[in-house]
Design a protein around this ligand. Sequence first.
Ligand SMILES: [Zn+2]
Length: 325
Amino acid sequence: MLLLTASVLLSCVTEKKSTSVAAGPGESAKDYLTIDEALSALKIKEAAFQPARFPPGEQKLPRSFSPPYRSIKPLKLFDNLYFTGTATVGSYIIDTGEGLVMLDTGVGDEDAAMMVEDMKKLGLDPSRIKVIFISHEHFDHYGGVQYLKKNVCPDALVGMSLTGWNMLQTVPPEWAYIGPRPQSVDIYLTDGMKIKIGSLLILFVSTPGHSPGCMSFIFPVTDNGERHVVGIMGGSAVWPTQTETRLYKSSVEYFRAFAAAEGCDVGLVFHPRESDFAALRTRKPGDPNPLVIGKEDFDRVYLEKFRDRYRKMLESGGLPPYPQI
Ligand SMILES: [Zn+2]
């Protein structure tokens, strides 16, 4: 159903633009949106939204997400992919050749500011951030958007799922929904949507279960010119209810199907530990990239970690039936 909805939406959009993207001999028709097409198609919905106002009140972050933050030393992971973040959560930055794309933004002002400084250390100009895609509607993923828009890249577009944005309009500012929320969204990400920005072609897959609006990402990168495909599951933990755990289970297998079709051979997460990147730091010229695990292990190792989580949750028994928000 989700796929059907997305394909209908995409076909409406591409049909409208089809005169400018005629396929040449041997070429298949374009199946992605340019950033302008993504905007024009979805702005219509935004007019219907009146973002709720949230009281500024005291909102305390969980301890592990509170400052002071310890930066994971920023890293270049591939020719065009970088990581900045803390020991708790971080962002991936893709250099598209036509601006930077940032995936997630950290917890809030402090760690977003730190990540901006870390980007400079990597030789990236943070003012070139053109688009920010948010994996899901939890504070440790959207929290830096306001800081970035105010201080670093005011013209950057913000994309997240419509479900996620709806959640941010309606869920009280507590628990996983505290911290500074995005003030507007420019692009509503839908299941199966592809967007092209410069050299980046990124595919979005709806993977609810960790949160209702959780989106996962698939995109190619290069390592010394060699093509690989990254898959990032947008949410990590399983939420302890029957409904969400079963949704999570379906989402892992749903994402697996897209990852297999696209040939994912690199699996990343938004909550990496320092040790996840240790082998990369000691990599010598000519060594293979240790983040490339291969297509088989993407399923057998990377996705299996997510499967372990829902299995343990289901085995624990006694889960309440419905989401507790
Ligand atoms: Zn989350």
